[in-house]
Design a protein around this ligand. Sequence first.
Ligand code: CMP
Length: 131
Amino acid sequence: MIKPDAVGNGHTGKIIDQIISNGFRIVAMKYTCLSEETAGRFYDVHRTRPFFKDLVDFMSSGPIVAAVLEKNNAVEDFRKLIGATDPKKAEPGTIRNLFAKSIEANAVHGSDSDENAAIEANFFFNQFERF
Ligand code: CMP
């Protein structure tokens, strides 16, 4: 997912370019907005964390781009491409190093396992039989 900070700052095209040039195939993509309820469901696993309300407010504050990507070793390679959750700790050249502003406004989200990638793909693309 490309988050509201990166979409709002006009970084969508540059981020998609990085994703493609690093060997990922985009197999589904959607430009949309999340309501508070939808953002809360997407991040349900964080519901008890102290940052949950701020996270939901932020994720429903503007448009996002949701995408399903394919590649061998996609989860691990995508997490390398985006860098650490906190952009201050993200390696130079990673998407979060280049485009993120803070741990909350951190430009992109990537799934943390194949299992969660399938769940998150179905969250946005529930008619897409590939998943
Ligand atoms: P993401 O990969 O989308 O998964 C959960 C998000 O919560 C994370 O990126 C951060 O943007 C956000 N977040 C906000 N505060 C924190 C925090 N203290 N620790 C971890 N994640 C946080």
